[in-house]
Design a protein around this ligand. Sequence first.
Ligand SMILES: *Cc1c(COP(=O)(O)O)cnc(C)c1O
Length: 860
Amino acid sequence: MRAIRRFTVRPVLPEPLAALGTLAGNLRWSWHPPTQDVFEAVDPDLWEATGHDPVRLLGAVDSARLDELAADGAFLDMLGAASDDLQAYLTGEQWYQRSGDADLPRAVAYFSPEYGITAVLPQYSGGLGILAGDHLKAASDLGVPIVGVGLLYKQGYFKQSLSREGWQQETYPVLDPDELPLSLLHEPDGSRALVRISVAGGAEMVARIWVASVGRVPLLLLDTDVEENPDHLREVTDRLYGGTSEHRLRQELLLGVGGVRALRVYSRITGAPEPEVFHTNEGHAGFLGLERIRELSVAEGGPGLDFDTALEVSRGSTVFTTHTPVPAGIDRFGRDLVEQYFGGASPVPGVPVERILALGAEDYEGGDPSVFNMAVMGFRLAQRANGVSQLHGHVSREMFNGLWPAFDEAEVPITSITNGVHAPTWVGREVVELAEEHGADMDAASRDSFWAAVDKIEGTEVWATKRVLREKLIKDARKRLTKSWTKRGAAPAELSWIDSALDPDVLTIGFARRVPSYKRLTLMLSDPERLKRLLLHPERPIQLVIAGKSHPADDGGKRLIQQLVQFADDPEVRHRIVFLPNYDIAMAQPLYPGCDVWLNNPLRPYEACGTSGMKAALNGGLNLSILDGWWDEWYDGSNGWAIPSADGIDDPDRRDDIEAGALYDLIENEVAPRFYDVGADGVPQRWLEMVRHTLKSLGPKVLATRMVRDYVRKLYTPAAVTGRRLNSDYSGAAELSVWKQRVRGAWDGVRVEHVESSGVGDAPEIGSVLSVRAFVSLGDLSPEDVDVQLVHGVIDAEDTLVASATESLSPVESYAGGRHRYDGDLTLGRSGSFGYTVRVIPKNDLLASPAELGVIALPA
Ligand SMILES: *Cc1c(COP(=O)(O)O)cnc(C)c1O
């Protein structure tokens, strides 16, 4: 019989246990083991059965047990301590409050299409979401006043299982928001707080607003599954990354436009400060800039700025992070579709559709005129932008150079901030406890002193802990294998081999990630016989624990999974290589600490950063990786191994073969011998040296707190400062927009006419002083509008400046007709080939980069 309606009855907690509700209502429990202990003590079996879910635990525990706990002094003490600790965490002064810098933004809004915070809130598909979750958690730890904005998907991302033949199966369990750690935002009159957005066809999309508390950080999640919506709009928030292009466009309108409206509602109701900076995590949320332009230009009650001024205000306080160099990963819509949505009953009525279309146009060489590109719009709507590792910053500058064609790659205004991971979430409890026994303090993990404790711990202790962690992983893996094989149709009698699958004394290598082709899940299968020999080596065997989901529409990825599963099904090797279905946070948490080596073999340079290897490193795992993403930056020769990549070899099969060969060689000749080289005390001394070095060299760098501090210093604070200058009465923004138009309009008249130099004769040497005199024509512009620069440095065989620095020349004389003379001296500081040129670029201290207007003048 089907019920016609469902609802969830919330438990009533006896008064002495009220704090349990508070603890369950803040996701900080998910990275705070003592709070998890409190829930476990409520009912250990239910805690297991609910998959460590406090809300469901409290919904399921019976009232007799609650009465018992309410009279249990020891439990009440434990509960009181956890509750006091949460209060202190939520209200104490942290890094942000202590910094005393008046320029810091009062609040920052962070937009992301997915958030991976805990397994019990499955609203993520992979790295992007996990990163967003870690960003919020680290911001909370540091006291950074961030508000997260996202969508609540009714079915989240899919759950993965396998068919008998090893083909990926997807299921989409429906989530009941009442059973999630969320609360609905209400108006003061008790009604639900709603946002409304016009969509094509004249309908209005309505969304309610859920609030998740991520420590100190509120996360607003919009959801269209409400009666006010027609069916097709109720489904807008059905799944993460599913459906047609139009479906995705509606999701992104909700996230961007609806997200800004939700923030306004939230501030109005709670009194929270309005964000001064808006950060869009990848292009999906980019429409937020259009809503801000609407607020500033045509909205009733707004300041009524013209479009260009509103754009300056909004841009100045927006930060855009690009996350992928894979072209298929860039979000693009048909231009027609975008025109249809913004042309008629627009979600941002009054904002001219031609201006919107221009923002996402690929109007550069090689661009496709029929598409609307969300990353391109992201760059145009944000004055500050970044990639997520140094290498990715470099690759992004090349990839998007077309937006600033007059400038060399190095000056394309995309910087980089390397991702990080949230230690309290990802470091195994046993590891934290071991460090704390030796005087380390987890709260001080960002300081080097924490990592210095690593040297105080005996090798035998480290090694014993590592074995415990391997055992834990193996126990979890066997449970998962049994479940998976049962689902694949095996009878219990066929499964006795699982009891001895994996061995806690064997070198354990982990590989888990999404399965797009560039991550090369099956590279390890390039030579199956060789892999088999490594797995079954009589003295130095390895074992592999593998996991990963393929996007449901990607049959290529599913074929790779199938190949791997079929290899691992072979009775000869199945005790040494396992594929565990349904990679998620719950699986990841025991996986990283349980592995000795973390393998990553993407096709360079497509891994923008990668974070799983960072999580492994924080648990004393050694990375074995292609020099891509973060590893390219922080591999130092002795904190793991670099798999040489065959960049430049065009035949992909040959390249794979070469790289796979190098991988096998490394495992056989370096990794396994070192792991099994144990002394009389049973400890592999040289292995532990690498573990210690990994923790000390990488520990402080890979932290999400380091990342969030970098964002605050390098992007949020400068954006807030610009925002304030542009915002006070908007005259700064109006002047800037008028100035930009004037400079662009007059740029045709700007020329470097003639350059003279003296001081270096035929044989310049270090210490010689080069005097440069440049005659430039500025047309209708004045010297205040421009910077005339000497660009100098190393040149290559084609006279191209390859490593250059700039120095401003000084105006010394003006002549009729807009001509000016600029002078400057330069002391030659290094030997070797040297070259220079002179250029003119626009100058205004409200610009974040000299390339911002995209114009430059060089000698003819
Ligand atoms: C860390 C993590 C990822 C991202 O890993 P990458 O190395 O960036 O691919 C994906 N899924 C889960 C569950 C994770 O914990």
